[in-house]
Design a protein around this ligand. Sequence first.
Ligand code: PNS
Length: 171
Amino acid sequence: MADAIAIYPGSFDPITLGHLDIIERGSQLFTKVIVAVLCNPSKKPLFSIEERIAQIRTCTQQLDRVEVDNFSGLSVDYAKQKKAKILLRGLRVLSDFEKELQMAHTNKTLRQDIETVFLTTSTEYSFLSSSVVKEIAQFGGTIDHLVPPNVARELYRCYNKADATTRRPPK
Ligand code: PNS
C-alpha cells in the first residue's frame, strides 16, 4: 500500500456502485482516501451537499481508511490542504479519457507535486453514471443494482415513486 493520502473528488449526485467500487479499491491502495464532494454553486444538484455526504458516509462506514468531506475551489488546493499527494479518479470508457486527461494535465500545471491516479472502473459498472441512475429513478425503474440501498430509497422518495427495491430488473 502506498503511504499516501488520496483525494477522490467528484459531484456524487448521488454516489453509485461504480463510485463505491473505486473507493473500496482505492482504500486498499492508499493509507487514506478522502471522498471530497464538490460544492459547486453554478450547478443545481438533486441532493444537497449535506445529503450527499450522509449518503456516502452511510455506504462507506465499514471502510476504515475512508473519510468523507466537502470542498469548494480547486481540487489541487484542497489536496494540498489535506496533505494529499494523489487525486484519485475512475475511468469507465474511452469517452471519459479525453476529459479526464485534460483535467489531470490542468491540475499538473497548477500543482506539480500532486499526481492524478486512475483506476479503471470494474466492467460491470462501465456504463454507470449518476445521471443514468437519476433518469431511471425518475421514471420508476429499478436502480437497486446500480446504487447502494440507502441511496435507492432516497432517490425513489425524491421522485415520489413507490419503493421499487423489491422489483428485479427485467431479464
Ligand atoms: O464527478 P465529476 O462531476 O465528474 O467531478 C468533477 C470534479 C469535481 C473532479 C472537477 O470538476 C473538479 O475537480 N472541480 C473543482 C475545480 C477544479 O479543480 N478545476 C480544475 C480542474 S479542471
